[in-house]
Design a protein around this ligand. Sequence first.
Ligand code: ADP
Ligand code: MG
Length: 720
Amino acid sequence: MAHLRFEALKRLSEQPRVHVDAPSPNVSDYFGENVFSLEQMRGSLSAAVFKKVSQAIVNHEKIDEATADAVASAVKSWALSKGATHFTHWFQPLTGGTAEKHDSFFDAKAGIERFKGSELVQQEPDASSFPSGGIRSTFEARGYTAWDPTSPMFLYGKTLCIPTVFVSYTGETLDAKGPLLKALKAVDKAATQVCQLFDKDIQHVTASLGPEQEYFVIDEALYNARPDLIMAGRTVFGHSPARGQQMEDHYFASIPSRVYDFMKDFEIECWKLGIPVRTRHNEVAPSQFEVAPLFEEVNVANDHNQLMMDVMWRVAGKHKLKVLFHEKPFAGLNGTGKHNNWSLITDTGINLFAPSSSARDNLLFLTFFVTTIKAVHEHADLLRASIATPGNDFRLGANEAPPAIMSVFIGSQMSAVLDELEKKGNVKIEKGDNMYMKLGIDQIPEIILDATDRNRTSPFAFTGNKFEFRAVGGSDNCAVAMTALNLIVANQLTHFHEVVSKEVEKGTEKRIAVVNLLRKYIKESKDIRFEGDGYSEEWVKEAAKRKLKNIKNMPRALDAYLEKKSVEIYERHGVLTHKELEARNEIRLEAYIKRVQIEARVMGDLAMNHIIPTAIAYQNKLIANANGLKGLGIDNKAVIQTIKEISGHIETIKTGVRKMIEERKRVNKITDTHARALAYCDDIKEKYFDKIREAVDELELLVDNEDWPLVKYRELLFLR
Ligand code: ADP
Ligand code: MG
């Protein structure tokens, strides 16, 4: 095995750079060239048909058959003119990632290229191989995909991709997109109602998302020499390099040339697909980087993020590189997150989370700001559940990552504003009084972007004109977290609207009713606000005092989905039924079990078949050496000490792996999925992973570098 490592290292220095040519120096010349955009549609449809489509999109309505036929015909001509041969319904099953099944445009019977409206609107993939959490066995064996006209179709290679939702024949959603669309519709409705208390012109509110994607880049040959990376997406062993991220020099360092070529290349591919990637930079850990797009409407932004991950993965291959999105590929180093920047924007162009210079608009801003905090306070556990992935268990609360405790950071200026609002007794307006002045609502600084005030340790932070949900994992589909967040905010806004409307009916002045309710919300949700260091031990203690939960692992975090108050809001806003929530948890728990199982197997296999034989071989060399020294009458205590240490570690590994296998056999017999997932977490992962790893990592320091079978961290991470 060691020869594989050295082969890969040798090839590293021989790796040529891949030359990357942009189609034009100006991105605007080719941005979105592979997208059948609204503009494309406008150009190729009759005015009446175009109007129907665009209205259906804005109002979340169904598109009729004749309109679908017209769109199908237009998109077919467009796609064929660009060399497309196939089309596919592109969807996001609950396995994570995306799926597609390609059909040819060519109809052999008719001898021509064909694409009907019905094929655009609906398709039947073979659903039996996608997880359904028991839904399909109980209800209906087949499912179908249905066109989502709110996300534009695009050409990927020679295939026209149609963004779709995936549903069972009995109507249960089987994907990530379906519930997201419903939550977005709910937040649109609730937010618009609230806006209309202030401004009757507002007809729609759109949620927007800018996901900052972190990732690691690793040389492909080195990656291939690490079975754990291949099988589990993360390294299960590996001693931290002498130089980790403690120097913090990677953050501002220049980007290595091979990575730079790769970035340039995937950005060009993204731009052709209309994905508005913008910033690129190094991250804190060595070989870690980030790409951030310009924000877009949540559904489109999420489709773009899913597509971008795929583009990155494919383009990396061309550069003989591998991209890692796993939340914790390397122990002891920064994990990988996907910061979800989120806000609500009206169709009149107001960002509802942007403070303004006018007092009236600031009351609108405060309404959305405070209501969001209140929503997070009410449903913190649900938010925690929504970011649960097997990988995030290793990331949350570890180096440089928010803890598993949900809290909101708003900065000192906004804290002062809320404190002020809370303290001012019952609001009464005397004639001539300016209520806004009294409450300091007019004094909110227009731009709250004090760089020093940025708290990177918070899982949910206000950053001036948006909230940043930072706890989302690097490999995750944002749709899951975005569904939960938009849903809880929709629910709170609905409550807000009900209470204020009732008060107004009773004769309270509207502004007073609003302020009174905001003050109540501020009081009730105070415990969720935290301005200090989220990475610190003190916060863990303080949070416990405040009764905020610190749920460290996925199986326990998921319980929140099935709590009464979660089910109630999912059902009230028509996002998911109780049955669907149960099914989803079942799928996630199964996925969790499989992941821990795979990691345990990889660990056992590597330890027993690679590490121990290497350690024994090296130990034998030492034994020969010790005997030789003894024969010469030279002190061999030091060598004997090392031999003993190696024996100790070998013993730890052997017993650890053996017991872990026995545990697995026992745990596999547990029939209840939830109980089995907990057992995998507590009795396998928690009990054995660290113990085995520690011994292996110690051996890495003792065994001759020439013999060590696994590519070391310093070799993987310091790509130039
Ligand atoms: P940071 O300092 O956190 O990197 P940036 O200004 O670079 O902040 O923005 C990070 C991400 O937030 C980008 O994807 C950006 O498009 C997005 N963003 C900015 N404003 C909004 C908004 N109103 N709603 C959603 N996302 C936003
Ligand atoms: Mg950011």
